[in-house]
Design a protein around this ligand. Sequence first.
Ligand code: TTP
Ligand code: MG
Length: 363
Amino acid sequence: MNRLILHCDLDCFFAAVEIRDNPQYQKKPVIIGADPKNGKGRGVVSTCSYEAREFGLHSGMPISQAYLRCPHGIYLRPNIEKYHKASKEVMEILNSYSNDFQQIGSDEAYLELTEICSDYKEAKEIAFQIQKEVMECVRLTISIGIAPTKSLAKIASDCNKPNGVSVFEPNNFKELLKDMDITRVPGIGKKTKVYFYKKGIRTIGDILNLTLAKMVSLFGEHGKWIWNVVNGFDNRKVKEFHEGRKSISAERTFFEDTDDFNSILSKLEDINERIHKSIMKNHITYKTVSLKIRFEGYQTYTRAKTLPFHIQNKQRVIEVILDLMKEFTKNMKKVRLVGIKLSNLERNGKIRQTGILNYAYIT
Ligand code: TTP
Ligand code: MG
């Protein structure tokens, strides 16, 4: 139960991209989907802006019905290529925060931060940092839920849209959930909710008041899943380390661009510490160490060094990184982002040792 999982979900994704690229659509009801043809069109709404949602419009609604409710809306056909590019850019940012990353569809992803953050406060800081980076780089807002399980994180990310961060901690999530409508639970949609309502179950609190046995007797296996979700029992992993993985990396953006060497070094040490938690847990050794550095104005450089054989040595990584930094320190501009990547991985690889405590590195 003391895991830290983030669920990130872009706000009204397709519509947000169109509004980003056409500022005249800001604060207007924007609907992406089929051509409404003055109310006679066929097809459905893909998504719509929050202003359009105030008229009752939503994904999947027939476009003709949407037009009836909101004839003055801005109706646009989807531009899938553009959304694909934005999605890729956002996912790259999200993936840079954790190697345990799982993309769902075009605008959602889970990140496991259990080994990366020590507490919920730290996870919340990362969530704000992600929002800032997504806004700066892709100019979109993203809502983030933080919780001890994947399903609770998904419920949380939906609680404070748009551009929200919601945190469910192990000791308070039931209190936060209890007054919510059962449709907040993934797996209870508009159709299924009717069965629950018929039994007098309307809020998540009503489910929390039932025993597992009662839920199973009422709704079978589905009831068991729902009961487990709201009670925080969901062991699904975000992503296990897999043999095919080519690298482990992490990067961080500074809240303010800096040329202070100590802050840069401490950020690098922090990143190094975090990736080594995963490295050690999965018994991985690596041979190539890469530095990524981005300066103000977005000039980005990567530099790598391949060692003569595989190692697992935090200190050595920092030494290599400092070595790779040297070429930039002469006329150092302000730094915006730093990252470390370890590649040429081997699982359960042999680590050469010289002393009892230190892993060897021979140049
Ligand atoms: P969602 O994340 O479900 O919706 P959203 O991002 O538009 O809105 P929210 O702020 O509530 O997260 O889906 C992501 C994109 O997928 C959405 O922008 C459009 C597309 N989509 C469809 O084309 N058809 C659909 O039925 C749904 C649900 C989504
Ligand atoms: Mg979304």
